[in-house]
Design a protein around this ligand. Structure first.
Ligand SMILES: [Cu+2]
Length: 173
């Protein structure tokens, strides 16, 4: 059986309302007696829709009907850091990026921090080890930071163009 647009649209609206609001009728405030009459009169066509809606407005304003909006899903802000350690420039030393292979979920903002005594940069490199324009920092002095947000999963390599023996990896899942 095919669902016509007429069927689907009201169902969608209902779903949106169910997701958007949680109506709590079990409020501390009792339903006033006159509400029964107003509802009855509206049903019988004695009072107008505007009057009926005013009644509902009254019930909401006086906490007889409590509408609680559900907490919005705030996207998690993901952050990670990679340190360029002191001595990183030294080809004979063990000053690897820390961590050397950073593993993060997609959407993470990575901040590189230069903790070395000399300037470095961060240059993304492609499969053949050549610089590609994906994340490319200016020269970073000691204490400088550079950040990039990885939106897509994959394995990303980078190096420092001043010290190309220093290659690091960011793995995004
Ligand atoms: Cu460097």
């Amino acid at each position: 059986m095919e669902y016509s647009a007429k069927t689907i649209i009201p169902v969608s609206i209902l779903s949106i309302l169910l997701i958007s609001f949680s109506v709590n009728f079990a409020s501390a405030e009792p339903v006033p007696e006159w509400v029964k009459n107003t509802a009855l009169w509206y049903g019988e066509g004695i009072i107008s829709e505007a009057e009926f809606l005013n009644m509902i407005k009254f019930l909401i304003e006086n906490n007889v009907i409590v509408i609680e909006t559900l907490e919005k899903q705030v996207p998690k802000i993901l952050n990670a850091e990679i340190f360029i350690p002191n001595g990183n420039f030294d080809v004979t030393g063990a000053g690897f990026y820390s961590p050397l292979n950073l593993e993060i979920p997609a959407g993470t903002t990575v901040t590189w921090i230069n903790d070395d005594s000399v300037p470095h940069n961060i240059q993304s490199i492609g499969e053949k080890g050549k610089v590609i324009q994906l994340f490319n920092s200016p020269p970073m002095n000691t204490g400088d930071k550079f950040e990039f947000t990885f939106e897509e999963s994959g394995v990303y390599n980078y190096f420092c163009s001043f010290h190309p023996w220093r290659v690091g990896i960011v793995t995004v899942s």
